[in-house]
Design a protein around this ligand. Structure first.
Ligand code: CP
Length: 318
């Protein structure tokens, strides 16, 4: 069995449109497994997967673990606290020690951009990037694409604006790569202090005013203000940010069409997004979370094609 995604999933920058569509198409039937009373298929039986989470996570960590368990893999969770990383062990030494115990895949979240690639180049196991610094968060990008495709039927031609703290957002970068490859029109909107230099070179429009972005867009993906990564005065205050760039009910009510609302989470309610928008009729924020499990199942399944002993078991998938 060939490996349709290659050995690792490090970012959407490296994937073709065909590979992205393959993940989305694979995820679609897998959604049904999570609706069953007994949420389990034997697809990854015998595979051992290590989830290395060196940064906080709720959605990504738990949905990877659900995806692995629903596909019958054996999983181990390792965090910085409580492991020998806290004693100064390097990332590669940790991973090599895990490989010595015969693992098949590593899912890694790390505060350093490039950590997933660094690891992938040094170990034989499949590596899945679950968010590296401000670089990429490919499975979040894929689940956002699936959520948009579920709603609109297609991504091509849709106008999607990433709003807020684009500078610190690995989600924004994965979305921009994925959306542009699938033919969407993509924009970003935020204060100039929170937009990367030369972001236009990624093929996106730039809006300085949230009102203009809302008027243009079919969908907004509202990004969290990453206060923990801000070591300088990027914004005057949270209240001022909400006043100028907040996605509010009043602003959406003035839009010429219904605008779909996404947010990767965790949300700062009352800062980048108001509660009546997050919980409103056009929000698909919890659909994103549901799709996260299916996307991660699809990625694990497709990468497992690279592991010969798993290929036969993988054929049994619905
Ligand atoms: N979207 C996302 O990565 O959320 P977590 O940080 O909770 O995993």
């Amino acid at each position: 069995m060939s490996a349709p995604l290659g050995k690792d999933l490090l970012g959407l920058e490296q994937l073709t449109a065909e590979q992205i569509n393959l993940v989305l198409d694979t995820a679609l039937p897998l959604k049904e497994i999570s609706e069953r009373t007994i949420k389990k298929v034997p697809t990854l039986r015998g595979a051992t997967i290590v989830n290395l989470f060196f940064e906080a996570s709720t959605r990504t960590r738990i949905s990877f673990e659900f995806a692995e368990k629903r596909m019958s893999a054996d999983t181990v969770n390792v965090g910085a606290a409580g492991s020998s990383v806290s004693k100064g062990e390097t990332l590669v030494d940790t991973a090599r020690n895990l490989e010595a115990m015969r693992i098949d895949m590593v899912v890694i979240r790390h505060p350093a951009s490039g950590a997933a690639q660094f690891l992938a180049e040094r170990i034989e196991s499949n590596v899945i990037n679950a968010g590296d610094g401000t670089h990429e968060h490919p499975t979040q990008g894929l689940l956002d694409l699936l959520t948009l495709r579920d709603h609109f039927g297609t991504i091509a031609g849709k106008k999607v604006c990433l709003c807020g703290d684009v500078l610190h957002s690995r989600v924004a970068r994965s979305n921009i790569w994925g959306l542009t490859k699938l033919g969407a029109e993509v924009a970003v909107c935020g204060p100039r202090s929170l937009l990367p230099n030369a972001i236009e070179e990624m093929g996106v429009k730039v809006f300085d005013r949230i009102e203009t972005a809302i008027e243009w867009a079919d969908a907004l993906n509202v990004l969290r203000l990453q206060l923990e990564r801000m070591h300088a005065g990027y914004i005057p205050s949270l209240r001022e940010y909400n006043r100028v760039f907040g996605v509010t009910r009043e602003r959406l009510d003035r839009a010429p069409r219904d605008v779909l609302i996404l947010h990767p989470g965790p949300m700062n309610r009352g800062v980048e997004i108001d509660s009546d928008v997050a919980d409103g009729p056009h929000s698909v924020i919890l659909n994103q979370v549901t799709n996260g499990v299916a996307i991660r199942m699809a990625v694990l399944y497709l990468l497992s094609g690279n592991t010969p002993q798993l290929a036969e078991a993988a054929k049994g998938i619905a």
